[in-house]
Design a protein around this ligand. Structure first.
Ligand SMILES: Nc1ncnc2c1ncn2[C@@H]1O[C@H](COP(=O)(O)OP(=O)(O)OP(=O)(O)O)[C@@H](O)[C@H]1O
Ligand SMILES: [Mg+2]
Length: 236
């Protein structure tokens, strides 16, 4: 029997900065249409893993396969064209551009669909609608985070990579971001999420991977974890 191709497969991945090694022998498999949540304490290498998967960091060993194609050495913008969209940690936007310009520039740069992608992204984040002509630099943290995710969505991703989208965000906006992630996954888009808040992670995730000191210390279906066991893993 043929095993279905995973959406993303990471094998034996190691990475770091200069001589400092940060990630060691990471294996991660994400099935199509699922939400994979990566957790771990500050500084364990979560962002480094996402930066390696999106091509901003070159791994020292290992392979990354997207829909069966080896993308280990593909440039970041080619990964975006393949449908890998990234909303990095700290709500990354084009600060001098307006909300509308942020969405249009990103949409134009990738051209993975028509202008309806912009309408759909704005429909998902209605708070951005009255702010279309405001410069991104002037948005609140929560608004900027919504714009960062909306920018990723206008590239029509097949894989949406989100690094701590709820970091420093007030609870009602966290709920909106959570709903946007759930809706996006319901459309069949695969999601790789780094999330520090245990409650949010356990509500959203299909699979949970916990990293400590650059190594995977747990990976498996969400259903295998209780609140207590997840908390214990995070406290190691
Ligand atoms: N550009 C860099 N140059 C050198 N070291 C770096 C660089 N970026 C990160 N590091 C180091 O790599 C390690 C992992 O950092 P990383 O940002 O991946 O952690 P993280 O798990 O995302 O942490 P956080 O939860 O705080 O976001 C840390 O020790 C960090 O100081
Ligand atoms: Mg990080």
């Amino acid at each position: 029997m043929n095993t279905p191709t995973p959406h993303l497969s990471v094998r034996g991945l190691s990475a770091g900065y200069g001589r400092a090694r940060v990630l060691f022998d990471i294996d991660l498999t994400i099935e199509p249409g699922t939400i994979a949540c990566v957790m771990g304490r500050n500084g364990v290498g979560k962002t480094t893993l996402l930066n390696t998967i999106t091509g901003l960091i070159t791994p020292t060993t290992g392979t990354i396969t997207h829909n069966g194609t080896d993308i280990t050495h593909l440039a970041p913008h080619h990964r975006t064209r393949r449908g890998i969209a990234y909303a990095p940690q700290g709500h990354d936007t084009f600060a001098p551009l307006t909300v509308a310009e942020n969405l249009h520039v990103t949409h134009q740069a990738t051209r993975r669909g028509g202008p309806e992608l912009i309408d759909a992204a704005l429909a998902r984040f209605p708070r951005l609608q009255p702010l279309l002509h405001r410069k991104a630099a002037l948005l609140s943290g929560g608004q900027a985070q919504q714009l960062a995710i909306a920018r990723a969505l206008v590239t029509n991703p097949s894989l949406l990579v989100l690094d701590e989208p709820t970091e420093g965000i007030q609870p009602n906006i966290v709920a909106e971001i959570e709903a946007a992630i759930t809706d996006t996954a319901a459309q069949g888009i695969t999601i790789l999420l780094v999330e520090q808040y245990l409650d949010v992670a356990l509500r959203l995730a299909d699979t949970v991977t916990v990293i400590d000191a650059g190594r995977i210390i747990h990976t498996g279906p969400r259903t295998e974890l209780t609140h207590e066991s997840a908390h214990a893993l995070m406290a190691i």
